[in-house]
Design a protein around this ligand. Structure first.
Ligand code: ASP
Length: 316
């Protein structure tokens, strides 16, 4: 019987047990479990992989712990600009948005682009206009405000630095217990179709309309039934240069590698060459899952119809 399965991530970076309080760790584990449950429920009811991916990501976007949707980081100008993408491996249909503001669930807007526009990638004000037209839920600026994100930004805003919200980079004290990340999901449904989605607020103090890897198909997000579905997290610039998500698919297609070996090649060799700290989750059409990172930790979880379920934060 076709195995169905789902994996999710909530960001990778300098995530260390010694920096975590028991309460915060419990909150993360619950948040990951909630999102996994929402996505898995779609698959159990014979829903499609893209809907499972969307359902899981919406739960993560609504949780302030993660740097996506409501919990997005501040840009240099002190606002939130969010990126998201979703891709269906069955036909390679895809939708992506970049630098959107006030959209409660950017992954839903990306899905609207995929299903209801003639385009693949919308940005900025145009993407927001499309959100209005499609009736995608918008929220006022206050909805996206959280004190810890504000404090992260305040410590950086007068510098030229930008940072992964879940990596120290000189902000040790401030970042303690506050390492929250980009979110993503990959799923394989009961028909053997796969999909991937990623959603992010990007990097703290980003400027000039910076867009990361998350919404770029092939870089942070990719799905093709011929190979795999991938969602990445980490320092976006090297992931873009490595075309990281597609490179996994290319290793499978052209070198006949399995998912695990292909991801290993990209995460532990190709990205390292470019100093690309981070990780990714991947799935193939048999429902096999890999969750891999070259950083200290990655918030992650998986569940499949063979009764396996795992939730993790640190290195095993
Ligand atoms: N990859 C994201 C970006 O560069 C950041 C992250 O994964 O947290 O925008």
């Amino acid at each position: 019987m076709q195995q169905f399965s789902i994996a999710i991530h909530g960001g990778a970076g300098t995530i260390l047990k010694e920096d975590m309080t028991p309460e915060l760790e419990a909150a993360y584990l619950k948040a990951l479990d909630d999102a996994l449950t929402a996505g898995y429920a779609v698959l159990e009811q014979d829903g499609c992989a893209t809907n499972a991916v969307k359902a899981a990501i919406v739960v993560l976007e609504d949780n302030l712990l993660f740097n996506a949707g409501r919990g997005s980081v501040f840009t240099k100008k002190g606002v939130q600009e969010m990126d998201a993408a979703i891709m269906d491996g069955k036909n390679r249909d895809a939708g992506a948005v970049a630098a959107v503001r006030n959209v409660r669930n950017p992954i839903e807007l990306a899905a609207e682009v995929m299903h209801n526009s003639n385009h693949v990638f919308l940005s900025g004000k145009g993407a927001n206009d499309f959100a209005l037209k499609q009736g995608v839920k918008l929220e006022p600026d206050e909805f996206f405000f959280s004190q810890f994100r504000y404090d992260q930004w305040k410590a950086m805003r007068d510098s030229d630095n930008y940072s992964l919200d879940h990596t120290h980079q000189g902000l040790e004290e401030l970042m303690k217990d506050k390492k929250f990340g980009t979110v993503g999901a990959v799923a394989c449904d009961s028909k053997g179709n796969i999909a991937a989605g990623t959603s992010t607020g990007g990097m703290t103090n980003k400027k000039y309309g910076r867009i990361g890897d998350s919404p770029i198909l092939g870089a942070g997000t990719y799905a093709n039934n011929a190979t795999c579905a991938i969602s990445c997290t980490g320092h976006g610039e090297p992931f873009i240069k490595a075309v990281a998500a597609y490179d996994v698919a290319a290793h499978m297609e052209y070198k006949n590698m399995n998912l695990h070996d292909a991801m290993n090649e990209v995460v532990h060799k190709k990205l390292i060459e470019l100093e690309g700290e981070g990780g990714m989750i991947g799935i193939d059409t048999s429902g096999n899952i890999s969750m891999m990172f070259n950083s200290a930790g990655m918030y992650r979880a998986m569940q499949n119809s063979n009764g396996e379920k795992k939730i993790g934060i640190y290195k095993d």
